[in-house]
Design a protein around this ligand. Structure first.
Ligand SMILES: [Zn+2]
Length: 477
């Protein structure tokens, strides 16, 4: 190569390097929803009894949005299911990583907690369906892969609305005359979960609620909506009209409603709305002071979905859009102890189970035998379990995620102590490790604290999780 050509080439290289340095970074987003509707006959978990699905009321989805600031790419996948094991999420993330190199620790996958979905976790008297677990794994991966295919230049806004009408604390102090048996100890619990609404023996709720509706809205540069991710701390609604019906509950109805209100029904690529569960381990949609009225199935679901959708869209209406924001992500695994029965308790549970009677293979009602069986099954768990905690920062907005059914007061404390405003938490994310009460709530007792595969972490788990999340937020500054 002669000298002038060499000089010219080096000038060009120099200019192109400078162009990359100074070119504004492009913010991009893509969304997709993978249909995860089951076939009939799979167990539906989330209740004490097992029921097989015989009717599909509405389609179930894994809804995904991928955000990319030009340097860092993250994904949210919000899934219409009650509880999802970490192994399923990990396997789905690995598929995505193996196919396109997406870092697995930049993918947040969570369950909405509809109680009308096929069982992929074995709990109480329902067993996970292996075939559906495999199907779900593939479809979770597809949701991310398709969302990446749909990436395009985008802008993002966020805001926080307020909807106190559809959330209440479900753990209540009752008059001392009320018998309130702890099914593990046989003693009296200080609080009762889901007392009969309008009950004259109600004294007061044992904890707060979080009525906030954080919303993240992503549009294309052409103003076409790409995705809307909201968060609300309410357990689920559940008036689906039976125990054998598959439904996405109000989480799915919210997504349909948002799509209608935005006039984004028939877009290409499709607009995706998603409603993540906040910190609702002790919260309900029931107003316990009111005497309930009989309403047709899905009335309450649609009312909650429509109201939360209205609040979300009103909140985001005047929020400023950012053409670019920095994205950061941190993930950490912590080890927590498992609460197991003592050897004496375990022997007693085994003796009781040997004599217990089942009807159609199941224990009745709120039988203590259900918990004797749980004690035996929980004994096979390791003494400590790893928990995956994950945090994202999107501009000044931060998101924490916890693989538990988190009590509202913990979520409120995360919001208060977070260095980023606003902050919200997505529960049942990246795995399933049972209820997360505070140590003080453990002392009060109640269903959420009863030792079972639904509640087994050490009593100080919430403090360790909180401290770790705050450290992780510190690393995102
Ligand atoms: Zn639940």
């Amino acid at each position: 190569m002669n000298l002038p050509r060499l000089l010219l080439l080096s000038v060009c290289l120099c200019l192109s390097a400078r162009a990359t340095e100074t070119a504004p970074k492009q913010f991009r987003a893509g969304a997709a929803a993978a249909n995860i509707s089951p076939w009939m006959g799979i167990s539906i978990n989330g209740n004490m009894h097992d029921h097989k699905g015989t009717n599909l009321h509405d389609q179930l989805h894994a809804r995904c949005v991928v955000l990319d600031d030009g340097t860092t790419r993250i994904a949210f996948v919000i899934t219409d299911n009650c509880l999802i094991y970490r192994e399923i999420f990990d396997a789905a993330k690995k598929i995505v990583h193996d196919k396109i190199g997406f870092p697995t620790d930049h993918i947040l996958m969570s369950a909405t907690h509809t109680h009308s979905a096929p069982a992929v976790v074995s709990i109480f008297q329902s067993d996970a369906d292996k075939e559906y677990q495999h199907f779900l794994t593939l479809r979770l991966a597809d949701a991310v892969l398709q969302a990446v295919n749909n990436l395009r230049p985008a802008k993002i806004a966020w805001a926080v609305g307020n909807e106190p009408r559809h959330v209440s604390n479900r753990r209540w102090f009752m008059q001392p005359t009320v018998t309130n048996i702890n099914l593990i100890t046989g003693g009296r619990d200080a609080v009762k979960m889901n007392p009969r609404p309008g009950n004259p023996d109600l004294v007061g709720p044992a904890g707060p609620t979080d009525p906030e509706v954080p919303v993240v809205f992503i549009k294309g540069l052409d103003d076409k909506p790409i995705a809307l991710l909201a968060n609300y701390s309410m357990h689920y609604v559940g008036d689906v009209g039976g125990d054998s019906i598959y439904s996405a509950d109000y989480f799915g109805a919210f997504c349909e409603r948002v799509k209608q209100l935005l006039g984004a029904d028939h877009q290409d690529p499709p607009f995706v709305a998603m409603l993540s569960n906040g910190t609702s381990g002790d919260c309900s949609s029931t107003q316990f002071r009111e005497t309930p009225t009989n309403e047709p199935p899905f009335t309450k679901i649609n009312r909650a979905a429509n109201d939360v959708a209205d609040v979300a869209l009103a909140a985001i209406k005047d929020a400023p859009f950012h053409d670019w924001v920095e994205i950061k992500s941190a993930q950490k695994e912590i080890l927590l102890g498992v609460r197991k029965a003592t050897p004496v308790e375990l022997e007693k549970s085994k003796e009781r189970l040997a004599k217990a009677t089942r009807h159609n293979g199941q224990f009745g009602g709120w039988s203590p035998d259900i918990y004797h069986r749980e004690a035996v099954l929980l004994n096979d768990f390791p003494d400590q379990v790893p928990l995956l905690l994950q945090t994202y920062r999107i501009g000044d907005l931060a998101i924490a995620s916890v693989p538990c059914e988190v009590f509202a007061e913990i979520g409120l404390e995360i919001k208060k102590q977070s260095p980023f405003k606003p902050t919200f938490t997505i529960e049942l994310a990246n795995g399933y490790n049972g209820y997360l009460p505070t140590p003080a709530q453990h002392k009060l007792g109640g269903y959420e604290t009863w030792r079972a595969r639904s509640s087994y972490l050490e009593t100080h788990a919430s403090e360790k999780i909180f401290t770790t999340l705050m450290e992780m937020f510190g690393s995102l500054k």
